[in-house]
Design a protein around this ligand. Structure first.
Ligand code: TXA
Ligand code: MG
Length: 307
């Protein structure tokens, strides 16, 4: 069991593409977080993702593609709304949930009737997808329930002991910093299943903020606890009373949602591995739609294990 971090030079990209075609796993950067990829049309390859992550089989995977034309090969129907959204937000941090085509393996969709698809905007991800020539199923490249990786080294730390000879393409720090927005467009109105930094200006849209617009729907496999540090955490403003204890450390975030998303997982990891920190106190963020995704991740980080 070991991992190799490689700069995305032509030889490494070609090797990664070849590995994907051969049914092996490859970790690669996206603009949101690093992904652990496998050929989405190869059920045996996809099964390796679940084993490496220790991921429950009930949790579907997002399929990454290089073009809208390739996305269309994975679905039964491609609604006009998908065209509009793809034109406006792809490549980018928006996953569209669509009716799956029959040849998409059950292991990708967790047996469900839909498939999540996106075109990532990170140039290394795009180049890899083009070279591989196959759609790539990729969850975040961390063990299940751990904090998503936003640096190549995070992937090595999390998965190095669980995959043999894992090739990790190093694309530097992820720009967005948290996972994509997952939007179900098989229903009317569309529903946000997981808030992210992409906020499609749709109306009506069921979003996680504001009771008038309804609650965030629960995506299959989206456990409440996720994205979580190992240490106890506490979010102020979610009904818990704060009494300071020794070893408490406050997570501080930059003032804009974009900068806060970029910093969130790095800061969580830093505090989680700091031996002087016994408990992480998470901040409350503004109650506005631009902060939905960050509020969601903070709430998940603060959910005790086994809840
Ligand atoms: O930004 C991202 O989306 C990253 C990068 C690597 O692209 N990927 C990622 O994958 O976050 P993962 O596996 O950690 O999260 C995928 C989540 C699932 O847990 C589920 O909540 C939702 O996306 N999802 C995927 N396919 C779905 C489907 N068919 N129906 C409903 N939700 C789905
Ligand atoms: Mg994940």
């Amino acid at each position: 069991m070991s991992a190799r971090i490689a700069l995305p030079e032509p030889a490494a990209l070609a090797e990664a593409a070849e590995r994907l075609r051969a049914g092996e796993l490859v970790a690669f950067p996206t603009e949101t977080v690093y992904g652990l990829g496998a050929n989405a049309l190869d059920a045996v390859a996809v099964a390796k993702i679940y084993t490496a992550k220790g991921r429950p089989a009930t949790n579907p995977l997002i399929v990454h593609v290089a073009s809208v034309a390739q996305a269309k090969t994975l679905v039964k129907t491609w609604p006009a709304l998908a065209d509009e959204l793809a034109a406006a937000h792809w490549p980018g941090p928006l996953t569209l949930v669509l009716e799956r085509a029959n040849h998409v393996p059950d292991s990708v969709t967790a047996g469900g009737p839909t498939v999540g698809i996106r075109i990532p905007s990170h140039p290394v991800a795009l180049e890899l997808l083009r070279l591989a020539g196959v759609p790539v199923a990729a969850p975040s490249a961390n063990r299940s329930e751990e904090i998503s990786p936003t640096r190549a080294q995070h992937v090595a730390d999390s998965l190095g002991a669980f995959v043999d000879d894992l090739l990790i393409l190093d694309g530097g720090a992820c720009d967005v910093g948290i996972e994509s927005t997952v939007l179900d467009v098989t229903c009317e109105p569309p529903r946000v299943l997981r808030p992210g930094m992409c906020l499609p200006p749709l109306a009506p849209l069921v979003t996680p903020s504001g009771s008038a617009k309804g609650d965030v729907a629960r995506s299959p496999g989206q456990m409440l606890r996720h994205y979580a540090p190992k240490k106890p955490t506490l979010v102020l403003g979610f009904g818990e009373k704060y009494t300071q204890v020794e070893g408490d450390a406050w997570l501080t975030l930059p003032a804009t949602p974009e900068a806060a998303a970029q910093a969130l997982y790095v800061e969580l990891r830093r505090l989680d591995s700091d031996p002087h920190v016994a408990r992480i106190v998470l901040p409350v963020v503004p109650d506005s739609p631009e902060w939905d995704a960050i509020r969601d991740r903070l709430r998940r980080a603060a959910t005790p294990r086994h809840e």
